[in-house]
Design a protein around this ligand. Structure first.
Ligand code: FAD
Length: 263
């Protein structure tokens, strides 16, 4: 680690006033602190968001589930409101990392980081959620721009995420047994915007699968996906699995997720 300044502002306005290109917002620190320690990133100021009550908590309206950016994974996992309104999201949150990570890690930190194997990006894209910041609303399609990159500007703060409530949805991942990150994770959702299928872990960035969505629009059944394949071109290949393996896994996990959502 190296010398840096630490601030814990008491309001969103104060946090934004402190933010510049040399600073970083600190959520649970699950990614940011190791990155700084390993000198993969360098910042001169950390702006701790933990005192900002405006960024906390879960709220359900008749049409949406709204989650504050500083809401920890364990709160989403355990929330009776989330379990009732969007059980697939509670399950997703409960499958993130281990208890320490779920106690400290936040939805805002996960989305801002946009790790290619993270779970929440699949939920945001698969459910057609909107990421709200201090200055705008960003659709899921526009938010994720590539590996570890998003549409966020320097100093832009995620305040909350709004998930439209689907008719039915399920999330399933084949996880890395050590980290629990997704080797492949699939969110399948039957939404007011149509059927949506979003895949994380398999590529450099979360993506949708139009061929699966079209097939499921005709018949929402696991059998509707039989014979369909995602091309392996451009998928991740590493010590956990080749691109071809991930391509095959997408079909398997997607079929199981559809069966879960349909049951
Ligand atoms: C061992 C381990 C296992 C994990 N396993 C999984 C897993 O299975 N699935 C999974 O999805 N994730 C996993 N994670 C990631 C974890 O879920 C965290 O969400 C992620 O590390 C981000 O951490 P954080 O919320 O503490 O954010 P931080 O580390 O504090 O911040 C991450 C980045 O987001 C920025 N940021 C934070 N909040 C905001 C905001 N409100 N607005 C704008 N920018 C912001 C920070 O400046 C920083 O750049 C794992 C992490 C670890 C360490």
């Amino acid at each position: 680690m190296y010398e840096l300044e630490y601030q814990r502002p008491g309001s969103v306005a104060a946090a934004l006033a402190a933010a510049d290109a040399d600073s970083a917002f600190l959520a649970g620190g699950m990614t940011l602190l190791p990155t700084l320690k390993m000198r993969l990133s360098r910042r001169s100021r950390l702006i701790d968001l933990s005192a900002l009550d405006d960024l906390q908590g879960v709220r359900v309206t008749p049409s949406a589930l709204i989650i504050g950016a500083m809401t920890a994974h364990v709160e989403v996992q355990d929330s009776a409101e989330v379990r009732r309104a969007l059980p697939a999201l509670a399950k997703l949150a409960g499958g993130i990392g281990d208890p320490l990570v779920r106690n400290r890690g936040t939805i805002g930190g996960s989305l801002a980081n946009n790790d290619p194997a993270a779970d929440y990006p699949a939920a945001v894209l698969g459910l057609g959620a909107t990421v709200e910041t201090n200055k705008r609303e960003i659709s899921a399609e526009q938010f994720f721009t590539g590996m570890f990159s998003t549409a966020l500007d320097t100093g832009e703060l995620i305040t909350r995420v709004s998930f439209p409530l689907p008719r039915r949805a399920a999330y399933l991942k084949f996880r890395n047994p050590a980290s629990r990150y997704a080797v492949v994770g699939v969110m399948v959702a039957d939404t007011a915007q149509g059927i949506r299928v979003a895949v994380t872990g398999a590529g450099p960035c979360v993506f949708r699968v139009p061929s699966f969505e079209e097939a499921l629009s005709r018949r929402f059944s696991a059998d509707a996906l039989r014979g369909l394949r995602v091309p392996s071109d451009g998928l991740n290949g590493d010590m956990h699995g080749s691109a071809a393996y991930r391509a095959s896994l997408i079909g398997v996990i997607a079929r199981r997720a559809v069966a879960m959502a349909a049951s």
